[in-house]
Design a protein. Structure first.
Length: 117
């Protein structure tokens, strides 16, 4: 454990608009809005919140080009069913041996991932 830092405080993810992203994360992933100020909105996930950052006005949104983090869940198949029932675009579950992953996309086109082991 680092003697300097206690934890990762938040993870940032750029989205097209907060007005569209906040309800998407609430309705599809069950995240609660902690706060919203200016072009940022903090969503409660678990111990590390997700802070959505709105693409500045006049700029084109480019979906996140790589996976910078993933979520964890015990039942990956149930998560897949949950997302698919809500019309969320998913990719097939991948078995990496010790860990399985499921990639999916938010309404801004960002690739997100959830893992299980």
């Amino acid at each position: 454990m680092s003697q300097l830092f206690e934890r990762i405080d938040t993870v940032f993810l750029q989205v097209k608009t907060l007005d569209e992203a906040i309800p998407w994360y609430q309705e599809n992933l069950g995240f609660e809005l902690r706060w919203r100020q200016g072009g940022h909105a903090c969503m409660n996930v678990a111990e590390t919140p997700l802070t959505l950052w709105e693409t500045p006005s006049g700029e084109a949104h480019t979906p996140h080009p790589y996976l910078a983090f993933n979520f964890y869940i015990k039942d990956l198949e149930a998560c897949e069913r949950h997302l698919q029932e809500r019309g969320v675009q998913t990719e097939p579950i991948l078995d990496h041996g010790v860990v399985k992953t499921l990639d999916f996309f938010d309404n801004s086109g960002n690739r997100l991932s959830v893992c299980s082991w």
